[in-house]
Design a protein around this ligand. Structure first.
Ligand code: GDP
Length: 528
């Protein structure tokens, strides 16, 4: 196969959903179609269960699972599919945001009964901002849920999407009879037996044909005809380019648990979903077809095995081929590195690979060279952008609880921050260190890992911060800026990149500050 053909046949995507909508179940069914796993139950949920906060072993176990499910690759119909795992738990939302920089498209799973939920809204918003192509899968049609049209409305309104159904349910819950596939113009009847469902599609070229009545009964046939007429009337025709540009989102209905409607989703996905897309670097747009390798780190995972302290850095290949034992430039450090055992990930194993292509993810063993967002190239000094940090929601001072281990503590904090576990701020006034996280769970993870991986002990102290705002250095030589840094010194800190951050203690004080210093610019993400 040529280099171009290898690129053409790759699809790298993420499945996003609110916890419990059915992401794990859907992933598993997709892997079954690819023959990547043999039986149900093989894919472990990466969910952090309730109560895990106080159970460190549970957190460790969950972290283990999240390495195992970081990337799941399989082949289907000659297409190489890479599914990137995205934690649904809100405390790990940052991890998901970063993973979204490495996908070329996403599938959004929505529970038919619950509709659009909080995490779905947040994650879809990030995808929308980046114009990532999205397909929506409405799951659990075997249960009573919301009316299909109402749900489509809700998706448009709450998620700001423009939907076009490519399949439509025939009844739901107890009366669920099957799915009319608008895309392929056929019907798939539901029998509640997942093994049979896969094969049983019936071609229906004309919805008005009397066979339809025989198949699903007069009443359901009449309803379906009316509903499809409505669909035709309300929704635009599917336009692949609009989907690829992120302006139109096709919708499928089904039941992941019953493996129903999943093949339809997958067949459409491999046909329309984008192959690896070009990526913007600070210097220029890089195309996958370029022959020189470039890639970036979007995730770093500590090794769970305490005897092997190295970490695994996950690289998305943007252009060219990544080859084993070839020296590549670590742009931030300006030095060349060679990797003797790059890992590729499959459904149930990881393997050392000699060559990987754009769209693929490789895992590189790392002893502390990498941090999230780093770029690797064949020699060109380019930097991929687009992994901003958002303002954390929780802030705590971190204190050293064992004076003899301060070196270990600082090293540990440093490395955990490079992994993107949390954000570190150093106060201007007294040099105290503050850790900001998205969820309270991270503090426990950090404390546990500092102790077990670095032999350091820490305690926390609450700090009242409403929001971290990055201060634009643009006006730094004006009197206004100097006055601001003098008056607000108590609230100022530096982040890990040495950028100045204003830790506002309330919405009111932030507003007042903005009014008092109208020429200063405050940003709510670290990249501006
Ligand atoms: P995740 O948190 O999004 O990964 O959700 P899971 O895949 O773990 O599913 C959450 C729960 O919903 C599990 O108990 C599944 O068995 C169940 N579930 C998933 N898909 C369906 C479905 O199509 N129908 C029904 N009735 N239950 C489902």
């Amino acid at each position: 196969m040529t280099f171009k053909e290898e690129i053409q046949r790759r699809r790298t995507f993420g499945i996003i959903s609110h916890p419990d909508a059915g992401k794990t179940t859907l992933t598993e069914k997709l892997l079954l179609f690819g023959g990547a796993i043999q039986e149900a139950g093989a894919v472990k949920s990466n969910k952090i269960k309730k109560g895990a906060t106080s159970d460190f072993m549970e957190i460790e176990r969950q972290r283990g699972i999240s390495v195992a499910t970081s990337v799941l690759a399989f082949e289907y119909d000659g297409i190489k599919i890479n599914i990137l795992d995205t934690p649904g738990h809100k405390d790990f939302a940052e991890d998901t945001f970063r993973t979204l920089t490495a996908v070329d498209s996403v599938i959004v799973v929505i529970d038919v009964a619950k509709g659009v939920e909080e995490q779905t809204e947040k994650l879809v918003e990030v995808c929308r901002m980046r114009n990532i192509p999205m397909i929506v899968f409405i799951n659990k049609m075997d249960r009573e849920g919301k009316d299909a049209f109402d749900l489509l409305d809700e998706i448009e309104q709450k998620l700001g999407l423009k939907v076009v159904p490519l399949s439509f349910p025939i009844g739901m819950g107890y009366d669920f009879k099957g799915i009319y596939n608008i895309w392929e113009k056929n019907i798939n009847l539901f029998s509640g037996d997942s093994r049979r469902n896969i094969e049983e599609t019936i071609k229906i070229s004309d919805l008005n044909a009397p066979e339809l009545n025989k198949l699903i009964g007069d009443k359901a046939a009449k309803t379906l005809r009316e509903e499809i007429e409505l669909v035709d009337g309300i929704y635009p025709e599917f336009d692949k380019q609009a989907y690829l540009d992120g302006h139109l989102q096709p919708v499928f209905f089904g039941s992941a648990l019953n493996n129903f409607g999943v093949r339809e989703l997958l067949d459409c996905f491999i046909e329309i979903a984008p192959k690896p897309r070009p990526k913007q670097s600070e210097e220029r747009l890089v195309k996958p077809e370029e022959d020189k390798f470039t890639g970036f780190v979007f995730k770093i995972h500590a090794n769970m095995d305490p005897n092997h302290r190295d970490r695994l850095a996950f690289i998305k290949i943007v252009s060219g081929t990544f080859e084993r034992n070839k020296p590549y430039l670590h742009v931030r450090h300006g030095k060349k590195l060679k990797f003797s055992s790059p890992n590729a990930f499959f459904a149930e194993k990881k393997e050392i690979v000699d060559i990987s292509y754009p769209g693929d993810i490789v895992g590189l063993h790392d002893t502390g060279n990498f941090k999230i967002g780093d770029t690797l190239t064949e020699g060109e000094a380019i930097n991929y952008k687009g992994i901003p940090s958002f303002s954390p929601e929780h802030f705590r001072y971190i204190n050293n609880a064992d004076p003899l281990k301060s070196k270990q503590l600082f090293k540990g904090i440093d490395q955990l921050m490079d992994e993107g576990v949390a954000q570190l701020f150093t106060l201007e006034l007294n040099g105290r260190k503050v850790i900001g996280t998205v969820g309270a769970l991270q503090y426990e993870v950090i404390q546990y890992r500092l102790e077990h991986e670095y032999g350091a002990k820490c305690t926390y102290e609450n700090l009242n911060v409403y929001k971290a705002c990055w201060v634009d250095p643009k006006n730094s030589n004006t009197d206004e800026y100097k006055e601001f840094t003098r008056v607000k010194q108590r609230y100022l800190a530096k982040d890990k990149q040495n950028q100045l951050v204003f830790l506002a203690d309330s919405a009111f004080s932030l507003q007042m500050t903005q009014q008092t210093y109208p020429n200063l610019k405050f940003h709510f993400t670290s990249e501006f």
